[in-house]
Design a protein around this ligand. Structure first.
Ligand code: KG4
Ligand code: ZN
Length: 339
């Protein structure tokens, strides 16, 4: 047997029922069943539908992940599960399944923080040294700049959004542009046909601290569309996207400069955005900052991120979470592993 922990990670905080398997920092399987199509006609995730879909998909997703990893459930050394933040009903399906497995198999169980887990996919490479980094965590629920000193024990929020999350802004603007839900990928695609310099949308709080605000931008786009109904949608999408990307990267790189940390991790669903990734590469090169971008498929919610954070916790000698731990829909990133 390898001395690296074999870990199963379960993620159900939103609309993805996802299970990942890692050994140490090597990915063995990453299986995702999404209920996104069931939410599309409502224009957003419906918590009750998401919870039911998790319940229906859970057993198959676990079985599939074990078979892809070519392991038996008894081989596992530890189980990790997202305990928060997220939709409370959806989280409860995951944590109940994980508790059931841990009890039946008598395996240690770790309740992990979804946000820290997003950042942890950066560690999925045994050859990579784990060093301090600034994390730009941009998802449907969060936009934060995080100082990562140690993924399992020391992460500090330097700034967060004071209104909408970046992904939420993408989803809302997509609705105004009559694009499909979720809006991020739809805007990303449409923006490729537009001119990002055509409309000068506002960059909220650009010069202030590390907090973000996207509500002014949302209002500006809405007003622009009302005032100019014949505008080219691709130009609006590209200019909106450019404003978001500009603010996110300006602040993230300022955080690198002010802390003297010369590595930047992009994480969360919005980190799958092609313009954000390309512009991050350009600006990081100019600023001499090492850019660490996970593959796009590991940016959106997945089980591999939960398994990776759990595996790091096991390797660092962190104690398993107390059995029966509670889920927390509004957990802060500063507690990576539940006590
Ligand atoms: O991390 P994630 O999968 O779930 C949360 O934890 O929220 O992020 C989902 C968000 C959605 O708002 C979605 O529109 C956005 O990530 N997203 C994108 C892209 N792919 C997903 N935003 C911009 N460009 C993309 N390519
Ligand atoms: Zn997420």
């Amino acid at each position: 047997m390898s001395d690296q922990p074999l870990v199963l990670g379960i993620e159900t905080s939103c609309d993805e029922t996802a299970v990942g398997v890692v050994r140490g920092r090597t990915l063995l399987a990453n299986v995702i069943s999404s209920s996104v199509a069931e939410h599309a006609r409502f224009g957003g995730v419906v918590p009750e539908i998401a919870s039911r879909a998790h319940l229906e998909a859970m057993t198959n997703v676990i079985t599939d992940a074990l078979s892809k990893a070519k392991i038996s459930i008894n081989d596992i050394d530890a189980i990790g599960v997202t305990a928060g933040p997220g939709l409370i009903g959806a989280l409860l399906v995951g944590t109940s399944a994980a508790h059931g497995l841990a009890l039946a198999l008598d395996k240690p169980l770790y309740g992990v923080n979804h946000l820290s887990a997003h950042l942890s996919v950066d560690a999925l490479d045994e050859s990579k040294k784990l060093s301090p980094a600034i994390g730009l965590l941009v998802s449907g629920g969060h936009s934060s700049i995080i100082q990562v000193n140690n993924l399992v024990s020391d992460v500090q929020v330097l700034g967060a959004t004071i209104d909408d999350a970046a992904g939420e802004a993408f989803d809302k603007i997509a609705r105004l542009l009559e694009l499909d839900f979720p809006g991020g990928p739809a805007i990303d695609k449409l923006a490729r046909e537009g001119d990002p310099m055509s409309i000068d949308f506002p960059r909220g709080l650009l010069q202030s601290d590390f907090s973000f605000s996207f509500s002014g931008l949302k209002t500006a786009v809405s007003r622009y569309l009302k005032a100019t109904p014949d505008s080219k949608k691709a130009d609006v999408a590209a200019s909106f996207q450019e404003a978001v990307v500009d603010v996110l990267l300006s602040k993230a790189l300022r955080a690198c400069a002010e802390t003297g940390i010369d590595s930047l991790i992009l994480a969360g669903g919005v980190a799958a955005n092609s313009r954000l990734r390309a512009e991050a590469e350009r600006r990081c090169q100019l600023a001499k900052v090492e850019l660490r971008t996970p593959p796009a498929a590991l940016c959106t919610d997945n089980g591999a991120m939960v398994a990776t954070l759990t595996s790091l916790a096991v390797s660092h000698g962190v104690k398993p979470s107390r059995r029966g731990f509670s889920t927390l829909s509004t957990a802060s990133v500063s507690q990576p592993i539940w006590g």
